[in-house]
Structures are given as C-alpha cells and as structure tokens.
Design a protein around this ligand. Structure first.
Ligand code: HEM
Length: 483
C-alpha cells in the first residue's frame, strides 16, 4: 500500500508566505514570549493570540514556551493548513521532540506527549491501520444511528430541570449530554458518566492529578474490554475488539480513552457556544424554532468563532524547514492554534460577519488526523438542541449576554455557564435502555429511529440498534480531508 501522507503533496499544499527579510532563528530575541500555561492564556487566550500576531517580532508563527520548554505557536490560517496537512514535514510522533529525547518534559505533560499506540500519535501505515478501525467502528453511529441515543438522553436530562422554569444549560445540559451519549456508544452504563467526565477534563489540564486521571480512564477501559470480550454488544467497544485490524489490548484501551476524551468536552463546548449564539445573536434568534438550516449555520459559526480545541499539542518538525518566515529546526515542537487560525484576518476579515456556508475552518483539524467524529459531534449538538427546543418553550437567557464568562485552559476556552429561563412543565416518562442488545450483523440498522425534528414517542421501545460496521479494507487509504 502506498501511504500518500509520506509524499510531498506539492500540488495540494497551500502557498506559504515569503520568508521575512530578517529570518528568525533560535537565538533571535522576541519582544514577548508567553508561557502557554501562564496567566495570559488563563485570562483570555484570544487577546494573547492577537497580541502575538500583531507583534512585529512574532507574527503568524510565534515563539512561546510550554512549561518552560520552547515551542512555536502557529497562528495563521495558511500556516496551520500547512502544518496539519503535511505529515511528512510535521509529525504526530511527539517522542521526536528534542525536549522529550533529552528527558526534559515534565511529568504533567506526559499524558499529552508520551508515545502511545494510538492513531492520534502515529504517522503513516501504523496510524492508518488504527484510524481505519476507529472509523469503521464509529460508522454505524453516524446520523440516525446516534439520534435515538441523543433524544433519549436529552429528554432524561430535561426532566431533571423542566419543573423549575430556570436552569444553567451548561451545568445541567450541555456538559452532561455528550458524556451520556458516549457512554451508550461505548457500551457502558451511563452511571459511569460523572467520574469519567471529571477524569477526561482533568487529563487535559496539566494539573498535578492529570496522570491519576489518565490511569483511572485506562483502568475503567481495561474492565470494559474484559466485559465486552465475554459479552459483546452492539457498541463501539465490541466492534473495535472484533475489527480485522486485530488491535492489541493496549491499543484497545488507548483508543477507547482517545474517543471518550476527544468527543466529550469538545462536543459540550460546541453545544454551549451554539446555544449562546441562538440566544444572543439576532440573526439566529427569530427563526430558530424548527429551522434546521439556521441551526446548522449557528453550529458552523460557533466552530469558526470558538473551536473546541483552542490549540493542539502538537506536531514535531521532521527536518529543518521554513514556516511563516520562521526557521524551524528538526525536533522543534510546533503547536497549531486552531482558534487563532479561524480568526486570522487574512482568512476572515470580520469575525462578526456570517460565515455563510463557508466550512473551511480548522475546528476539526485537517489532513490525515482530521477528526473522524465530526458528523457525530454535529448530530449530537443539533439533535440535542432540537430536542431541548421541542421539549421546553420560551427559552431565554436569564442574564445579559455580556455577563457570560469563559473558563480557559491551555486547550479549551468553553463557556462557564448559560443561565436561562423557560416555560416550566411536568417531567415526561422517558424510556432509557440499560445497553443496546447485541444484534447479528445481518439484522442491519434499517429502522427509522427518528428524523431531525421528530422526537421519540415517550415510552417507545428501543429503536433498531446500529448494524455492525464495515471492516477495514486491506488497501484503503485515508483521504487527506476525510472525516
Ligand atoms: C465539536 C466536537 C469535536 C471537535 C471540535 C473535535 C476536534 C478534533 C480535532 C481538531 C482533531 C485533530 C487533532 C489533531 O490533528 O492532532 C480531532 C481528532 C480526533 N477526534 Fe475529534 N472533535 C470533536 C468530536 C469528536 C467526536 C464526537 C469523536 C468520536 C466520537 C472524536 C474523535 C476523534 C478522534 C478519534 C481523533 C483522532 C484522529 C486521528 O488522530 O487520526 N472527536 N478532533
């Protein structure tokens, strides 16, 4: 098999800006070299990114530190595209980072940097083998396959606050729904959700407990794999175990953790950002109810404005190279900053204007690692919001939009809360299956659980479980922009 990701894609590569007249190098002084775990990021990362971009000694590729270690922060849209879509120049093998090979990376960063046998941290054919297994095992949940889980979980959550007439949608809804759905996708009891949620968030923060959280997730998945080997079901875990790529136990654990961590806080933040737009932006508000196109546009606007991963740690330069006029050395850490790329004035003059169908944002990444959960995430968000608006009427923000606050960590910049009022009503009975039953492959998933705007009738029996996934094709390859 030829893996195209190793070949220079000169034809498809975006043009890079010409080098600066005085090229920067490692010895050149920079006026301001912020620490990504420092106060500026915690306060308002967007302000920091624009300050760096405007700094004549910095620009679209800025020098920063990560826990005291040198790195390049990539702010430009074009430069991010170049980094994300040229695996042969910018590798996901972070164990090639000079600081790692020299043993200088602090333990708090190890969960983000240490080599792991998973697609997200590999290049070339090993990446392809594992990624294909993940994509095949997620496929049955795409579109209608996931909607029934979303509708049920959303209704169950709405029941917990619908009588009060007011709630914080972040705490009670957007922060809960993706985890509730993903535990079902993975074939776990929903009761695992809250602890998993905490561990998955903590793992990202570089906190003193990040490693413990990481271990907790891996232990949980070890147990789950053992259970699914004994009792397979119609779920992602069972299909990943059965996949012809024959993942080892370690690979299985790592990919369950990857999917859970990559899918939950990201989808939560996207749902909250979309709701914020619907509740505060006049362009979306009047026609929101039942207007799928408008909801879809709000999702895209939210993806442009506040991508759930503010930045990615990261890539390592495979050889000496040039990026945005900077001289990058082999072994340097390069950090794509998706939030800054999406706000790059060179790509988007006015960030308040409508994106109007333009989907060229970097929120889901680009290239061979582009998010394989994009359609699932968008379905959870749109179906979750649809269900909310169908179930409770008169949803309004309870505070002025300017009072909404965001919590920033190195990777995320999500809304802290979204207090709303609405028309109170009685809870309804919601049928929530413990786990989807195992089904033979031939049974398929041809039933129609629910359309975009059709709620599952209260007390309805479980809709058809998703069918078994197609298995990996022996000689398949990831399309560069495949989702
Ligand atoms: C709004 C929601 C989401 C956003 C913004 C998002 C964003 C991203 C981004 C930017 C990457 C690329 C990372 C890189 O290039 O280093 C990625 C990778 C990934 N995402 Fe998502 N994601 C979301 C939801 C999901 C969901 C729902 C799933 C699974 C159900 C998922 C599974 C993955 C996996 C497995 C990878 C690693 C792919 C690889 O490295 O080959 N994500 N995601």
């Amino acid at each position: 098999m030829t893996d195209s990701s190793h070949l220079p894609d000169a034809a498809g590569a975006p043009a890079l800006p010409a080098p600066r007249t005085t090229p920067e190098n490692h010895a050149a002084p920079a006026a301001f070299t912020p620490e990504l775990f420092g106060p500026e990021v915690m306060e308002d990362p967007m302000v920091l990114f624009e300050r760096l971009r405007a700094d004549p000694l910095q620009g679209q590729v800025a020098r920063v530190t990560v826990m005291g270690l040198d790195a390049w922060l990539v702010l430009g849209w074009v430069e991010n595209q170049a980094v994300l879509s040229t695996e042969y120049r910018f590798s996901r093998r972070l164990d090639q980072w000079t600081a790692w090979t020299e043993g200088r990376v602090p333990p708090q960063l190890h969960p983000l940097v240490a080599p792991q046998p998973m697609c997200a941290m590999l290049d070339g054919p090993p990446r392809h083998r594992l990624r294909q297994a993940v994509k095949d095992s997620l496929e049955p949940f795409e579109g209608r396959g996931i909607r029934r889980h979303v509708i049920r979980s959303a209704k169950a959550l709405i029941n917990t606050f619908c009588e009060s007439g007011s709630t914080d949608l972040v705490a009670q809804f957007t922060r809960q729904l993706p985890m509730a759905v993903m535990t079902q996708v993975l074939g776990m009891p929903e009761a695992f959700g809250p602890r998993l949620l905490h561990a998955a968030r903590d793992m990202h923060t570089g906190s003193a407990t990040a490693q413990d959280s990481n271990e907790y997730l891996l232990d949980t998945f070890r147990d789950l794999i053992a259970r699914k080997r004994r009792h397979p079901g119609a779920d992602f875990t069972s299909w990943l175990i059965q996949h012809q790529a024959a993942l080892t136990s370690r690979e299985l654990e790592e990919h369950l953790r990857l999917v859970l961590v990559a899918s939950t806080s990201t989808t939560e933040d996207l749902m909250a950002d979309t709701l914020e737009l619907l509740l505060t932006d006049e362009r979306f508000r009047p026609s929101m109810r039942g207007a799928t196109m408008t909801l879809g546009e709000a999702v895209q606007q939210a993806l442009w404005n506040n991508p759930a991963f503010t930045l990615l740690i990261g890539r390592v330069a495979t050889g000496d190279t040039e990026l945005g006029g900077r001289h990058i050395r082999a072994g340097d850490l390069v950090i794509p900053c998706l939030a800054a790329a999406n706000r790059d004035p060179a790509a988007r003059e006015d960030i308040t204007s409508s994106v109007d169908g333009n989907r060229s944002h970097h929120a889901f990444g680009q290239g061979v690692h582009r998010c394989p959960g994009e359609s699932m995430a968008v379905t959870i968000v749109t179906q979750g919001i649809d269900t909310l608006y169908e179930e409770v009427g008169g949803v309004r923000l309870a505070v002025d939009g300017s009072e909404l606050r965001r919590t920033s960590s190195i990777l995320t910049y999500g809304l802290e809360g979204l207090p709303v009022t609405f028309n109170a009503r009685e809870p309804i009975r919601v049928f929530v299956p413990r786990t989807a039953p195992a089904r033979p492959a031939a049974a398929g998933a041809q039933g129609c659980p629910a359309g975009a705007h059709a709620g599952v009738p209260t007390g309805a029996p479980s809709a058809a479980a998703p069918s078994r996934p197609r298995h990996a094709r022996d000689s398949g390859r990831d399309d560069l922009n495949a989702g």
